[in-house]
Design a protein around this ligand. Sequence first.
Ligand code: S3P
Length: 174
Amino acid sequence: MNIFVIGFMGSGKSSLGKRLASHMDRPFIDSDKAIVNELGMSIQEIFEQKGEDYFRTYETEWLKRVQDKDAVIALGGGTPCSDENIEIIKSKGLVVYLIVSTPALATRLAASKSIRPLIEDFRDDPEKLKEFINQKVAEREVYYNQANIKFDGESVDSEKLKRLAELISMSAQH
Ligand code: S3P
């Protein structure tokens, strides 16, 4: 069974996903990277040249093609955020929502080297960034909260990672 890792931008889905995959001896897939590879364009280029709607449609099509590879799959922050997408995700695996507080997300996003089109205009303005995060998280929580497991994504040391893997194994048995 696949394990999907969802959560806001900067919540650590890719880095935790990679660690979890290696801990559980599973393959790791990053949906943003997979889409970037398929299209031969960066996320920024896709948004600029094709538009956000094109990217969102592509995310849905990508999700429909996901096979059961017993993989850990980190999704883009917006990927689960439609009724159609969250239903596809839940039908294809166990879902883990990484919860991180707004101040921690803002700090991580301001320091991150990745270019994220949705925040580029104000990533250097801490107040605007926090306001945006609060608003978007409030909009998106209805989807994120449908996860099977909600996990505190701040300071995940190896003990905490082990606990997450145990929670996943337990949930998978039900
Ligand atoms: C987005 C999150 C990004 C990427 C795109 C849009 C979003 O992924 O898919 O920039 O809408 O939250 P990360 O969550 O990996 O940054």
